[in-house]
Design a protein around this ligand. Structure first.
Ligand code: C5P
Length: 322
């Protein structure tokens, strides 16, 4: 280390948080809104710490980036199923050579990373993150935008009318109960993802728009929990980590920006809003702290890349020899 400042420690634990945030995280660790059933050997303290290649292969082998198609129940018997893409996302998009995942972190502000981000073949952005006015720091290319159902449903985000959502391919997700099948989820979504999806498709019929299979988010959750030494929040992973895994299935190499905070680390929540909360970077509802531990352990790049550029480098699944 020496001259290099501190970068993310891959054994971050909720005990290392400030007391306010620690209590919030511990509350979520005890709560189980989605009925998560923790399986496997359970002996949290005795699990072996996997090496980087082992972690990457486990992620590739145990997670499938699936999206909804019109042939799946209950959609096959619903008239609007024709609005869903015929084929899954992974057969329509990519493969891309080099990709960028742009977290929405406040530390992107004044980063000057825009040119580098735009130089990738595909760029993933999240939720309501804009490019207009922030091009110097975050670039202007948007290939895919991953949005959660809360953004789709809230009045403040103007999902149906804002031009923010009209470029690139849209991919949406909603937290489903842990063991629910698609019919149970359809009847009990967290936010009205399907109502908003149908409305959006009617207004923008030509823009590709996928919905993630809820199995995906819980498969990713399981990879995080199985590799942590303590119980993580029993809530789905953040959009940032879901999007990172999604891009690992489409790209030969994935660069994730400011997910692990650089020397610019700040309590500013998003680069595009004047709102400050450490929970945005460290997690409260989402097991974000543990997602970052896992990403740090999978990173192929250097600590200096993290420190100066907030950049992590991950291999695409197609480039792994498992
Ligand atoms: O807040 P939002 O979910 O739209 O941000 C996109 C993603 O960027 C988050 O899901 C999280 O993974 C990441 N993020 C972060 N630190 C922040 C803000 C966002 O790691 N301060």
């Amino acid at each position: 280390h020496g001259l290099l400042g501190e970068v993310w420690d891959d054994e971050m634990s909720s005990n290392m948080l400030g007391s306010r945030l620690r209590k919030v995280v511990q509350n979520y660790q005890a709560m189980n809104k989605y009925g998560v059933e923790v399986s496997g050997p359970g002996g949290v303290s005795s699990r072996p710490k996997l090496s980087r290649p082992e972690l990457l292969c486990q992620l590739k082998d145990k997670v499938e980036v699936a999206t909804l198609t019109p042939d799946l129940q209950p959609f096959s018997s619903l008239p609007w199923a024709a609005q869903l893409p015929l084929k899954p996302l992974t057969s329509d998009l990519g493969p891309y050579k080099s990709c960028a995942v742009v977290s929405s972190a406040g530390s992107l502000r004044y980063s000057g990373l825009g040119k580098e981000i735009d130089s990738h073949d595909a760029v993933l952005r999240f939720n309501a993150a804009p490019t207009a006015g922030y091009e110097k720091d975050v670039g202007s290319k948007t290939t895919i935008r991953l949005i959660n159902s809360q953004v789709m449903a809230s009045d403040e985000h103007r999902f149906l009318s804002s031009s923010l959502y009209s470029s690139g391919v849209l991919v949406a997700w909603d937290p489903a109960p842990f063991s629910a099948d698609l019919t149970q989820w359809y009847n009990r979504t967290d936010y009205p993802i399907f109502v908003q999806y149908q409305r959006y498709r009617r207004l923008h019929p030509l823009q590709p728009f996928y919905i993630l299979h809820p199995r995906f988010e819980w498969q990713v959750w399981q990879r995080i929990q199985d590799n942590m030494a303590e119980p993580i929040q029993k809530n789905p992973p953040s959009s940032g980590f879901l999007g990172t895994v999604l891009m690992m299935s489409l790209c030969e190499v994935v660069h994730v920006y400011e997910f692990l905070p650089s020397r610019r680390k700040t309590e500013l929540c998003h680069y595009y809003q004047r709102f400050y909360d450490a929970a945005c970077t460290l997690g409260a509802y989402h097991p974000l702290l543990y997602e970052k531990n896992l990403v740090k352990r999978m990173n192929q790049g250097s600590d200096r890349d993290i420190y100066t550029n907030g950049r992590v480098t991950l291999p695409g699944f197609s480039k792994l020899n498992c």
